[in-house]
Design a protein around this ligand. Sequence first.
Ligand code: NAD
Ligand code: DAU
Length: 345
Amino acid sequence: MRQDLRHVLVTGGAGFIGSNFVRYLLERGVPRVTVYDKLTYAGNRANLADIEDHPGFRFIHADICDRADVATAMRGCDAVVNFAAETHVDRSLLDADDFLRTNVVGTHVLLEAAREHGVRHFVHVSTDEVYGDVPVGESREEDPLRPRSPYSASKAGGEMMVLAAVATHGVPATITRGSNTYGPYQYPEKFIPLMITNALEGRPLPIYGDGLQVRDWIHVLDHCSGIETVLLKGKPGEAYNIGGGNPRQNLDVAREILDLLGQPHDLIQHVEDRLGHDRRYALATGKLRALGWRPQVPFEQGLRDTVEWYRERRDWWEPLRDAAFAEYYGRNYGSRAVIKAPDNR
Ligand code: NAD
Ligand code: DAU
């Protein structure tokens, strides 16, 4: 890792990708990494348990919308990588308020502090969902943003604040647009860990609609190396796609998980579709590859390892499927009708 990266502030570093990124930075010899996290339902100190005692690690429990706390945290940092966000599309369909607050206003607060404190690199972690539904072809960084859910609209709004800060105040900020990420420490509301943990508990696997929607899966370590590449080599004001190049239909992924666990396919239950469900995402990744980045983890290998991780780490995920999770599960799935499986599969 480059010598001028002596102290990195990782906002949202107690979440899924953020905690993997913190571990990734410390393993590569970055001397100081500070996690700044509000610990929402998705934030979890247990994600960082194995690095809590590292001499370069520090944790701040605070909100990115709090100007004073952000200013204190940013003092003396060379770089900021912003993972902090409300991240689940289904929750944004139930109530979008926190999405706008954290994903737009919070991003603005961080950018203002970065300007005041002369931070040298600011990476804003965004998503391929800002391009909206992509029926054919691949999204390129210069394509128009056409977000279609409150979540993706709030992420696009955050990106606009980043570009405004670059243009007006010269904040040295870059944007990453990652595809669907999977791996250890992912909260079990998201598709892959939900399918695995439901299967491990012998519960039905809820598939929205026909299940033929396509997501481009990337292993979390490949997502981390993509963000590292942008941190080290990205040009301010530019966005970079980080896609795994593993397009898969949801139904196929669910079946593969059941096969890996030796469970029957009839655990799959087709349910009423997600509102405004984007059918397909796909990313062109030539811009990041031109900086030397390549994904390393083949999907089938990564999925096998991930299934194994959840099988072994019941101590991690069982406490997360608590009363609050059950309440959310009831709100999101309780009133969905079970529907007929498509004939062609
Ligand atoms: P996550 O939900 O697992 O973690 C989000 C973290 O942000 C949590 O630790 C939470 O406590 C923290 N947080 C939320 N609001 C906060 C606030 N106001 N102040 C401080 N901390 C706050 O999310 P993730 O899946 O790790 O995603 C991280 C980032 O990557 C997000 O910006 C997301 O949009 C983006 N992204 C995710 C994926 C994916 O497939 N998971 C893909 C592309 C991009
Ligand atoms: O593409 C990047 C995005 O990927 C990130 O920006 C988001 O933070 C992340 O949550 C993810 O969004 P998706 O909506 O694509 O992911 P999710 O895991 O919710 O769903 C993946 C696919 O599986 C999607 O087509 C919806 C479907 N699905 C999901 C759930 C939770 C089901 O069929 N059943 C389910 O119960």
